[in-house]
Design a protein around this ligand. Structure first.
Ligand SMILES: *Cc1c(COP(=O)(O)O)cnc(C)c1O
Length: 383
């Protein structure tokens, strides 16, 4: 099976991990700090707080921003559950803003409409979580302007977007946001096995997240410490940080390789009966996912089944959040008709394999399986 995503580990990564295993410390050492400093420098932000997953990072950021009962967090429906569950774990509620069907990113137009309506109902969000879907940055300037006007905080879910840039600035610089969260799960841009990082320019927020990551333990003198609020053990180990530091050095090569493969898909797929991703030759995206759009739900299902049968690990990112029982368990009913962008995206999207180690031979196998599936559906259209 050719998977849709896969990590890339080389001898330099292995040597970096072995070095920590030989000499320690295995956790709470300086390798974690060095990884944080390297991420902050690369992303042009002031502070970075490493943690054991992006899901933990999102929760740390919500807790540090004091999201709680009575509050609302808004995100977009075309995302992984963690963009929303962070709010539920704080006792807050989640509402959703439709996406631009061209990109899968949160639509600033839909956001503006929903904010005006929420203001009249006295139900404005405390936090917005824009998701840089597939590695393409959301329109942060437009979203940031609305945040200023309506007074909500922004946590960027950049789990897909390490290595992306927004008008020349790296995602993670937090120009318009309070915090930006990255994931180091093996399918993401770089990996630590499991892991995540929250970047911010707010010293207070960074300190608070770092304390909550380690049970809010505040050392005073001697053996004494105090804990003022319940925290977590969300620490990244030094073993993982060593891998992360080594992988971060390789990030430019990873992104270049992803862009090259995306351009190749784009060229090869032109003229085929499908839509290639918006801005296929755009260098601002980190190209985490290569998502094509097929005619409709039935066609997508047939292509999915045929490609899976041919051992090509195509995937669907994502089932819209409002279709998940945990969202309805908030006592809310979501009408899919209120999300035309997400419905159209979900009906037609299919993720093709894309990762640095994907060879041209693998890519040809993907294209061949796709050609076979499509020519059964569109005999008149040559691929
Ligand atoms: C992977 C992912 C997460 C969660 O990352 P973990 O490190 O696995 O917790 C959150 N949001 C999005 C959009 C993701 O793709």
């Amino acid at each position: 099976m050719i998977p849709y995503g896969w990590h890339d580990i080389d001898e330099s990564d292995i040597a970096a991990v072995v070095e920590v295993l030989r000499h320690g410390p295995l956790t709470q050492g300086t390798t974690v700090e060095r990884f944080e400093q390297a991420m902050a420098a690369d992303c042009q932000s002031q502070y970075a707080v490493a943690c054991n997953s992006a899901s933990s990072g999102l929760l740390l950021a919500c807790r540090a921003l004091e999201l709680g009962p009575g509050d609302w967090l808004w995100t977009s429906p075309i995302t992984f559950a963690a963009s929303a569950t962070c709010a539920l774990h704080c006792g807050a509620r989640v509402d959703l803003v439709d996406v631009d069907p061209a990109t899968g990113n949160l639509s600033p137009t839909a956001l503006a409409c929903k904010l005006a309506e929420a203001q009249s109902l006295g139900r404005l969000p405390r936090i917005l979580v824009p998701v840089h879907y597939a590695g393409r940055p959301c329109d942060m300037a437009a979203i940031g302007e609305l945040a200023q006007h309506f007074g909500f905080a922004i946590i960027e879910d950049a789990a897909h977007a390490l290595g992306a840039s927004d008008h020349g600035q790296p995602v993670g610089a937090c120009r318009y946001s309070q915090a930006t969260v990255f994931s180091f799960h093996p399918v993401k841009q770089i990996t630590t096995g499991e892991g995540g990082m929250v970047l911010t320019n707010d010293a207070e927020l960074a300190a608070r997240m770092a304390r909550l990551r380690t049970h809010d333990i505040r050392r005073t003198e001697g053996w004494h410490y105090s804990i003022e609020e319940p925290g977590y053990n969300f620490r990244l180990t030094d073993i993982q940080a060593a891998l992360g530091l080594s992988q971060l050095k390789r990030l430019p090569d990873f992104v270049a390789r992803r862009r090259c493969l995306a351009r190749r898909y784009h060229q090869r797929l032109s003229g085929w009966p499908l839509m290639t991703p918006h801005g296929s030759d755009d260098d601002s995206s980190a190209w985490h996912l290569y998502v094509i759009r097929l005619g409709d739900q039935g066609e997508r299902r047939m292509v999915y089944e045929a490609m899976r049968a041919a051992e090509i690990g195509v995937q669907v990112h994502y089932i819209p959040l409002y279709r998940q029982p945990f969202m309805q368990a908030q006592g809310m009913t979501f009408d899919p008709k209120a999300f035309p962008g997400a419905e159209s995206f979900y009906a037609s999207a299919l993720t093709l394999p894309l990762y640095p180690g994907l060879t041209h031979v693998d890519q040809e196998s993907v294209l061949e399986a796709l050609r076979t599936a499509l020519s059964a559906l569109h005999p008149a259209t040559p691929c």
